[in-house]
Design a protein around this ligand. Structure first.
Ligand code: GRF
Length: 205
């Protein structure tokens, strides 16, 4: 059965778009219930509207603190019936304790580097400037840390021939699109068991 998904995005939304295309082509067995964004100018909004997906804008400026902002997000997630929450370029840390608790091991993020190397912003540039020959992508569960939740999936990507950080980012992004949709699909076909830092996949029978 299709896994019900909520997407949180702040910007361009290319991973969101790739996910929708993958669903449309039958490669990913998921249903996107809602797009939640903190950025009213995010190009991701137009992508959602075109696909007939409801959009909710939740901005920090409308709340006294991050806990209450994330409480609003939690209410919207509950209302949407989402089973998993896919962060696709969501630029805020999730700080709401209740949100993290209710959706523990159900919120996933994609990071454009091989964690724990190069966490935080501009990971591709960090890796390129460091002179790394191999970087990659990491899909992980989200917890209160920055880019350090239990790892679901990783792919190594050779960036040794890239001539700029942008070129490396482009190469990684192409792989992100495919990998993220595959991982989302895997939630429809089984479950992830988290034991400490280790994540084990159990396919449905
Ligand atoms: C991607 O590189 C993703 O790994 C990172 O943010 C970027 C989002 O890009 N977390 P997009 O908005 O999906 O195009």
């Amino acid at each position: 059965m299709a896994v019900k998904v909520a997407v949180l995005a702040s910007g361009r939304g290319s991973n969101f778009k790739a996910l929708l295309e993958s669903i449309k082509s039958g490669k990913c067995d998921a249903q996107v219930r809602v797009l939640i964004t903190n950025n009213p100018d995010a190009p991701a909004i137009a992508i959602a509207k075109q696909a007939g997906i409801p959009v909710e804008i939740v901005q920090g400026k409308d709340f006294p603190d991050r806990e209450s902002m994330d409480e609003r997000i939690r209410a919207l997630l509950d209302k949407s019936g989402a089973e998993i929450v896919v962060l696709a370029g969501y630029m805020l840390l999730i700080k709401g304790k209740k949100l993290l608790e209710s959706y523990r091991h159900r919120i996933i993020n994609i990071h454009p580097a091989l964690l724990p190397a190069f966490p935080g912003a501009d990971a591709q540039k960090q890796a390129f400037d460091y002179g790394a020959k191999i970087s990659g992508l990491t899909i992980h569960f989200v917890d209160e840390s920055l880019d350090a939740g239990p790892i679901i999936h990783q792919e190594a990507i050779d960036i040794s021939l890239c001539r700029s950080a942008d070129e490396a980012a482009k190469k990684i992004l192409e792989r992100e699109h495919e990998a993220y949709a595959k991982v989302v699909d895997s939630f429809a076909k089984g479950k992830y068991v988290v034991e400490g830092r280790r994540v084990r996949y159990v396919p449905a029978r």
